[in-house]
Ligand binder design. Structure first.
Ligand code: SAM
Length: 252
């Protein structure tokens, strides 16, 4: 997918709050082998690496555009590689991922696969947005079902693979994981107006639509803009953003 680092960075301060919460869940020990799945532009991977003493951190991402920016943060103990998070190899003391696993399907297979990549005593610590039933996301699906977009998309819409929180707890329990923690948190964002929400989703949820819509891209954004101005009127607007946090440890 053609990620746009500039667009993605527009809401950096709102996006770093869940990263901070996820970092709080990490059991900090010296000398960890760490992978950050879907590391994006690397600033947060760098913060992760800086808070883990003597760690060896790999940031993995499938977007060359994002990785180009990430490369600026490389240093001894922190490197970046192109790759698919669903095919991560090796054994890790910490598998970390902030706001990326929602781009990979089949979480019922993905979570056990990632868990299998943990070394003994290893920890998985993951955050995924779970706001797929928000007005903004439902508007995307709704607009994608209307013409001319439905024909251009061939009927395709992107359905979130994110599961209910109890499903993640159960998947980890079946793997005999220890110290299972799964919860959902609402981030109470206040944005200037409905257009700001469209700007936000233009850097994330709309990205897979953009590559399929080509010359209809701007019309699609405008259609969603019109819908959201009606659904979420006024200035400023409240944009409650739900996110799921998952952490568990493998036995020694
Ligand atoms: C919303 S950004 C999050 C970036 C960073 N973790 C952060 O918190 O700012 C999602 C990232 O996941 C990456 N991504 C999406 N699907 C992926 C996959 N299958 N394998 C690896 N990276 C992927 C995208 O390229 C993008 O950089």
């Amino acid at each position: 997918m053609p990620w746009n680092p500039e667009k993605y960075h527009q809401f950096q301060s709102q996006r770093s709050a869940p990263f901070d919460d996820l970092l709080q869940m990490v059991d900090i020990r010296p000398g960890l082998r760490v992978v950050d799945l879907g590391c994006g532009t690397g600033e947060l991977t760098r913060r992760l690496a800086d808070s883990l003493l003597e760690s060896d951190v790999l940031g993995l991402d499938s977007s060359p555009q994002m990785l180009e920016r990430a490369g600026e943060h490389a240093r001894p103990g922190l490197r970046f590689e192109l790759g698919n998070l669903a095919e991560v190899g090796g054994k890790w003391d910490l598998i970390f991922s902030n706001a990326a696993l929602q781009w990979s399907d089949e979480h019922k297979k993905l979570i056990p696969l990632l868990y299998s990549r943990l070394a003994p005593k290893g920890q998985i610590a993951v955050q995924v947005p779970s706001n797929h039933n928000s007005n903004a996301h439902l508007s995307i699906i709704e607009a994608a079902g209307r013409e001319p977009f439905a024909s251009a998309l061939g009927g395709w819409t992107r359905q979130s693979p994110v599961l209910p929180i109890e499903a993640y707890a159960e998947l980890l329990f079946r793997e005999e994981a220890q110290e299972i923690i799964v919860f959902e948190k609402v981030y109470p964002h206040v944005l200037e107006n409905a257009d700001a929400i469209v700007d936000w989703i233009s850097g994330t949820a709309l990205v897979p639509y953009f590559e399929r819509l080509d010359s209809l891209k701007d019309d699609f954004v405008n259609a969603i803009r019109q819908d959201l101005r009606v659904l979420i009127p006024g200035e400023p607007v409240f944009y409650p953003f739900k996110r799921t946090f998952i952490s568990a440890r493998k036995a020694a």
